[in-house]
Design a protein. Structure first.
Length: 277
């Protein structure tokens, strides 16, 4: 892998004069094998069910994959995800803390674009991974990319969707709040002048949420496998099913979003689990 930024270049979607539909898929925790499991839950089976449900729900302009593709840095996980997504719809990927960007992740270059550009929205992918740590941070390269994206969106009169792995806010959950973006305040300070035209989507926390922080709407999305209990002091699982987030972006800057969950009672986690590595 080169020493430069992991994310480079733009993916362009033209001809969208009305609205754009994106689907966020996150925290698949794939192992590269058909029988890989996280806390007793088969992650390929659940990811396949979620992705297939998203495809069946209607046309998708792009998948946004927001990290922890692999369960534990397995290099085969990325080809496994590519196979599940198929070739009909483009996808942009971010690494999470369980992904090893030094090895095969970086070889999936077509998915590692900095931005998705459309006539009325720009989508900015920001990498928050810190090698060897569970929590996240935005280094100067990522912060500068944020500033540049804000400048261009303002110049071109576009709204801005920002995708990250780690969230940039507290989840009111003691153990998860130790794992957010540690310099989120700096990023939000840069975003302040464009807060009313920006939206942030994140993964990592294995739960759905919708909040406005520092004037910016921030969404998190369920994992395609196990779910974490909201507002818990210590690690705890939720019994909700896996899912994805659908986002419809309109030319006037408005957003319609919903979380859609699947149902598979024969593929459930071990609810008494006290954590994983």
């Amino acid at each position: 892998m080169s020493s430069g930024p992991l994310l480079n270049g733009d993916s362009v979607l033209s001809g969208h004069s009305n609205e754009l539909r994106l689907v966020q898929i996150t925290d698949t925790h794939l192992t590269g094998t058909a029988d890989g499991a996280l806390l007793g839950m088969n992650t390929e089976r659940s990811a396949r069910a979620v992705i297939d449900a998203a495809k069946a729900s209607g046309p998708i302009d792009c998948f946004l994959i927001t990290g922890d593709i692999a369960a534990d840095e397995q290099p085969q996980a990325y080809a496994q995800l590519e196979g599940l997504l198929g070739t009909d719809t483009p996808s942009l990927w971010l690494p999470g803390n369980h992904d090893d960007i030094r090895t095969s992740f970086a070889s999936f270059e077509p998915h590692l674009k900095r931005r998705l550009r459309t006539p009325f929205w720009d989508v900015l992918m920001l990498e928050t991974q810190v090698e060897g740590e569970v929590g996240g941070s935005l280094n100067e390269t990522e912060l500068d990319a944020l500033s540049a994206a804000i400048d261009e969106a303002a110049t071109e009169n576009k709204s801005l969707l920002i995708a990250t792995h780690h969230p940039l806010r507290s989840m009111s959950s003691a153990w998860l709040d130790e794992q957010t973006v540690r310099n989120a305040a700096e990023a939000l300070g840069r975003l302040a002048r464009y807060a009313d035209r920006s939206l942030i989507i994140s993964g990592h926390v294995h739960q759905a949420s919708d909040a406005v922080v520092s004037g910016v709407r921030m969404l998190t999305t369920p994992s395609t496998c196990v779910q974490f209990a909201p507002q818990s002091k210590d690690f705890a699982l939720d019994d909700l099913q896996p899912g994805y987030r659908s986002l419809t972006l309109r030319p006037n800057g408005s957003v319609q979003t919903e979380v859609v969950r699947i149902s598979d009672e024969n593929n459930r986690p071990q609810m008494g689990s006290s954590g994983y590595h």
